[in-house]
Write a protein that binds this ligand. Structure first.
Ligand code: CDT
Length: 304
C-alpha cells in the first residue's frame, strides 16, 4: 500500500453574512473539481467553512444564532459536496458549527470532520482552545465571541486511520498551542489538518498585527518539525464583512519546511504529494520520542 497521499488545501475567500449554504457549497464544489484535476486524495477546507465567521457579531436571539449551525451532517444543503466528493473519489476535511440537541439540552461546538473517499465520516473533532470572550465588548471594532457561542470540546485530540496513514485535526487557535500537536503525535498522528479564521487585527495587542502571518507559520512549522508530522493549514482569507483575515494557507513537511502556499486571499487550491514515511526522518532521529523524551520530568504539564 502506498504511503503517498496527495493532500490539497482549499482556501476560501471571504463569505458574506448573506451568502446561503448553497452558494458556499457551490464554491467548495468548484474547488473540489480543481483539486480533482490535480489528482488530490484529500481536500482540506477552513474552520467554519460553511458560513461567514459569525462570532464577530453579538447575538442574543438563539434562533438567529442557530442559522449558522448544522443540526446534522450531511444535511440537504451540504449533500451536494458529499456527493461530488464521492463521485470524484476525494476525501474531505472541513469545519462547521455543530448544534447538538441532547434531549432538550442544547450544546454548540466549533467542529471539524474528515470524510473518507466513500463518503463516511472517519473522524470528528471539537475545538479545545476557544479564543475570544463571552460577553459583548462594544469597544472592539468586531467581536470574537467563540467563548459565548461554543462549548469547548472535551474529547481532546484523537487520531483516525485513513488515506494510508494516521490523521488528526485541530482548529485555528489550537495551532498556537504545542500540546495540540504533541497529544496527536503521541497517538501516532502523521498528518495534522487545521482550518483557521484569523483576523489581522488583534484588538488586545494591536502592536502585533504586523506579526500575524509570521506567528501563523511560526507555530505551524514548529508543530510539524517538533513532532515529525505533515501539517496542512487552511485559511478563510480576505476582507470578510469589513474584517481582514490572513491567508497564507500552507502545507508543511515533517522537517518544518513549507512545501506549498497560497498566493491570494481568495478561493484557491494548492496541493502536495505527502509521503507519510517522511515522518520517520524526524521521529527516528532528532525527535525519537522513545529514546529522548523525558515525560517523567515534565510534571508541570499536567499538574495545575
Ligand atoms: N478562529 C480563531 O480561533 N481565531 C483566533 C483569533 C485569535 S484572537 C481572538 C486565532 O488564534 O487565530
Amino acid at each position: 500500500m502506498s504511503r503517498m497521499v496527495i493532500i490539497g488545501a482549499a482556501q476560501l475567500g471571504p463569505i458574506a453574512r448573506a451568502e446561503t449554504r448553497s452558494e458556499v457549497i457551490s464554491r467548495m464544489v468548484r474547488l473540489l473539481r480543481q483539486a480533482a484535476e490535480l489528482g488530490v486524495d484529500l481536500l482540506v477546507y477552513p474552520e467554519l467553512a460553511l458560513t461567514t465567521f459569525f462570532p464577530r457579531w453579538y447575538m442574543e436571539d438563539e434562533a438567529e444564532l442557530d442559522l449558522f449551525f448544522e443540526a446534522a451532517l450531511p444535511n440537504p444543503a451540504v449533500q451536494p459536496l458529499f456527493d461530488a466528493a464521492r463521485a470524484l473519489g476525494i476525501g474531505l476535511c472541513f469545519g462547521y458549527a455543530e448544534r447538538v440537541d441532547d434531549g432538550g439540552n442544547i450544546r454548540r461546538y466549533n467542529t471539524s470532520i474528515i470524510v473518507g473517499k466513500d463518503g463516511t465520516i472517519l473522524h470528528k473533532y471539537r475545538k479545545v482552545h476557544l479564543p475570544g470572550h463571552a460577553e459583548h465588548e462594544p469597544w472592539r471594532p468586531f467581536q470574537h465571541l467563540e467563548k459565548r457561542y461554543f462549548s469547548p470540546g472535551m474529547e481532546g485530540f484523537s487520531v483516525a486511520s485513513g488515506f494510508g496513514g494516521m490523521l488528526s485535526q485541530a482548529i485555528c487557535n489550537d495551532r498556537r498551542w504545542p500540546e495540540t500537536y504533541r497529544e496527536a503525535a503521541l497517538q501516532g498522528a502523521e498528518v495534522m489538518l487545521i482550518g483557521y479564521n484569523t483576523p489581522r487585527h488583534y484588538p488586545l495587542a494591536p502592536e502585533h498585527d504586523h506579526l500575524q502571518d509570521f506567528h501563523n507559520h511560526l507555530c505551524l512549522q514548529a508543530g510539524a518539525y517538533q513532532n515529525g508530522m505533515w501539517v496542512v493549514a487552511v485559511a478563510k482569507a480576505g476582507c470578510e464583512e469589513g474584517c481582514d483575515l490572513i491567508g497564507e494557507s500552507c502545507i508543511i513537511a515533517p522537517t518544518g519546511e513549507i512545501v506549498a502556499q497560497t498566493k491570494t486571499l481568495a478561493d484557491e487550491v494548492i496541493c502536495y504529494p505527502c509521503d507519510l514515511d517522511r515522518c520517520g526522518e524526524i521521529r527516528k532521529n532528532i525527535f525519537n520520542f522513545k529514546l529522548h523524551r523525558r515525560p517523567e520530568i515534565y510534571t508541570h504539564l499536567t499538574i495545575r
